[in-house]
Write a protein that binds this ligand. Sequence first.
Ligand code: PHE
Length: 329
Amino acid sequence: LKKEIWENFEKIEDFSQLENFRIKYLGKKGKITSFLKLLKELPLEEKKYLGKELNELKDLLEEKLKEKEREILFREEDKDLGLDLTLPGRSPFIGTLHPLTQVIDELCEIFSRLGFEIVTGPEIETEYYNFTALNIPEWHPARDMQATFYLKNGALLRTHTSPMQIRAMLERKPPLRIVAPGKVYRCDADIRHSPMFHQIEGLMVDKDVSFSDLKGILTYFAREIFGEKTKVRFRPSYFPFTEPSLEMDIECVICKGKGCKVCGEAGWLEILGAGMVHPEVFKAVNYDTELWQGFAFGLGIERIAMIKYGIDDIRMFFENHLFFLQSFK
Ligand code: PHE
């Protein structure tokens, strides 16, 4: 009987087999139970001996069955959890740098190759740094309540990164070459405008800096960002803090100059403003205009990113949809 019991015990693999086994040996009509009932009819000596044997076997078997039950339970649970150790692991979710951060990093990298130092400054500015020192007079439309966020204490949120020109020139001595990326703020919002956006400012001051250096550096930057065959063009423009001033366009990346919706049928996309540092600006920082010359440029990061990645709604950058962000891996 013992041999038979242990052989069958080894064959148990699931709960129904375990239950059948229990009934077969330990149930009311089970083999061990029946044997125990038969004991009464045996002589005392045999009763004692067999009784002990049978009860020990019964206890041992009950214990072993409990163990077996736990073993099967764990195995079934693992199956329920879909735990299969032979499967390859799931890779962890990895985030990405924000597309604007990627463009800022790329721009900074290009300009540092050209010897420009990267600097940053405050987003809360005074009227002096944001306007006055940049030769933007009281009556200038840029000072209008419509475009500028003024704070209660008379300070304001910078409307462009140009105050960094003033801060950089006051903090160091010429010659200098800096780029200043950062957030700027203007009161407007639609698919092209966001009340907060990013610019990068560039400034170079030296003894012999010309308009053609400016054009050369801007052309180089455009080809690094948009590809070496990118066509550029310069148009005369006006900024109070540069003279002469220009705006640079690149040939529309979509229609290649033929005219399409993206470029408003113009064939060209405006990407930045620039010019030679105005003598009034040098005066504000006490630089000798007889000795020093310089150029400055400023460009919108969102605009560069929208052109580069073909995005038509600026709000995509700030809504944090994972499918959007994950596409910039
Ligand atoms: N600050 C100007 C703007 O926000 C851009 C600019 C910067 C133009 C530097 C000329 C020189 O539009």
